[in-house]
Design a binder for this molecule. Structure first.
Ligand SMILES: *[C@@H]1O[C@H](CO)[C@@H](O)[C@H](O)[C@H]1NC(C)=O
Ligand SMILES: *[C@@H]1O[C@H](CO)[C@@H](O)[C@H](O)[C@H]1NC(C)=O
Ligand SMILES: *[C@@H]1O[C@H](CO)[C@@H](O)[C@H](O)[C@H]1NC(C)=O
Length: 375
């Protein structure tokens, strides 16, 4: 059985290795770029099979696991039950990205292709930074939660917080295991990134910013004990933030992202080898970005029109708000191209009455509403 599986895997990997060799020899750089490739597993994740079946054999046969690096597959094998968590984290990240950007020109488009987010991930603009940060946060969040729910064999609740806490409370109970989530994220998510260049440093920085956001938004939750709810003593533990909170914080960091360049002090080879490579603000007058800030190194395209080369889909056909002066307004969203309007009938339940006992009857009310769409 195993030898069959290995053969299938070897075949898949062999084919891919050949493609990569071809591409890299054509481009002449020799660099293999796996950036964010693991996102491709989100497509398998939608098949119920993956979400319910955590048997290694089944997983190994799933061809989309070939999107994972050898190291990532090993991590999945070593942590039974973790793949559904990774996939769920990715799903939340995609959902959150679309929500946060719903009224902007770039509205986090995704597709069924293995790259999921399209060509934006090979750039270095703010949107790229957000995609890396939110997906990395998604994995840490989902893994930390799955640990405390007991669905990953290699981790549990975080029980390090025990014993005395304050005057009228103590640590106890099951804290979400964000430490495991962060550690696993560093191993799994970051291992997709290769190289030593600006892009590599920026992607890793944004991955870490995503993980830090999850852990810094953890909150203490408590339960009262004592005679008839007198709350003389409380037991407290640490709970993950909702993923919406993570998305909100990262969206703020997107708005305040720092533009960075590669710090190349000490251009001679010897010091190059010992100096850790790092980023510095493009404008020397700016502060060094903190570990929680998102970083980018390239101006965003305007995302106005379709461009197959850069992979932007454009805003044609998007619904806009004719009375909004903001980004979702027709003027800005349609990039000045104008919009067309049409009237739509909307039928809603209305005038509902409650009948004893127990049903509700409603009338159907029809109203019209004007929709605007960018040309
Ligand atoms: C790898 O990254 C480069 C940018 O450095 C990009 O142009 C190229 O399309 C990427 N390759 C793949 C296969 O994603
Ligand atoms: C459109 O924008 C206006 C002004 O910002 C706002 O009051 C209104 O709720 C928006 N309509 C929709 C459907 O979002
Ligand atoms: C309202 O519309 C639904 C179908 O859209 C229909 O089944 C229902 O009977 C209607 N109710 C009334 C009170 O007309």
């Amino acid at each position: 059985m195993w030898s069959d599986i290995m053969r299938v895997l070897a075949l898949l990997l062999g084919v891919k290795a050949a493609c990569i060799l071809l591409v890299s020899s054509l481009s002449g750089t020799g660099a293999v770029n796996n950036s964010g490739r693991w996102w491709g597993i989100v497509n398998v994740a939608s098949s119920a099979n993956l979400l319910t079946n955590t048997k290694h054999v089944q997983l190994a046969l799933d061809p989309s696991l070939a999107l994972l690096s050898r190291r990532q597959r090993r991590l999945v094998r070593q942590n039974p039950g973790i793949l559904p968590a990774i996939a769920a984290g990715l799903h939340s990240a995609i959902k959150e990205c679309k929500w946060q950007f719903r009224s902007r020109r770039w509205n986090c488009p995704t597709s069924q292709t293995p790259t999921v987010f399209g060509k934006i991930v090979n750039r270095g603009c703010r949107e790229t930074a957000f995609v890396f940060a939110i997906t990395s946060a998604g994995v840490t969040h989902a893994v930390a939660r799955s640990c405390s729910e007991g669905s990953i064999e290699s981790c549990t609740c975080d029980y390090r917080r025990r014993g005395p806490g304050g005057t009228d409370w103590h640590w106890g109970g099951c804290s979400d295991n964000v430490e495991f989530g962060r550690m696993f994220g560093r191993e799994f998510v970051d291992s997709s990134e290769r190289g030593r260049d600006l892009r590599y440093l920026a992607n890793l920085h944004n991955n870490e910013a995503g993980r830090m956001t999850v852990s810094s938004e953890m909150r203490q939750e408590c339960k009262c004990h004592g005679m008839s709810g007198s709350c003389t003593i409380r037991t407290c533990w640490m709970r993950l933030p909702s993923f919406r909170v993570v998305g909100d914080v990262l969206k703020d960091r997107f708005d305040g992202a720092s533009r960075v360049v590669y710090a190349n002090k000490g251009s001679n080879r010897a010091s190059h080898r010992t100096e850790p490579r790092h980023l510095q603000p493009e404008n020397p007058a700016h502060k060094l970005p903190s570990a929680r800030d998102l970083v980018y190194f390239e101006k965003s395209p305007n995302f106005c029109s379709f461009n197959g080369k850069t992979g932007t889909v454009g805003t044609s056909g998007r619904t806009c708000n004719s009375s909004s002066p903001a980004l979702d307004g027709c003027e800005l969203l349609c990039c000045g191209r104008g919009y067309k309007s049409h009237i739509e009938k909307v039928t809603e339940r209305c005038h509902c009455t409650f009948h004893w006992c127990c049903h509700v009857s409603c009338l159907n009310c029809t109203s019209t509403q004007t929709l605007h769409q960018c040309l």
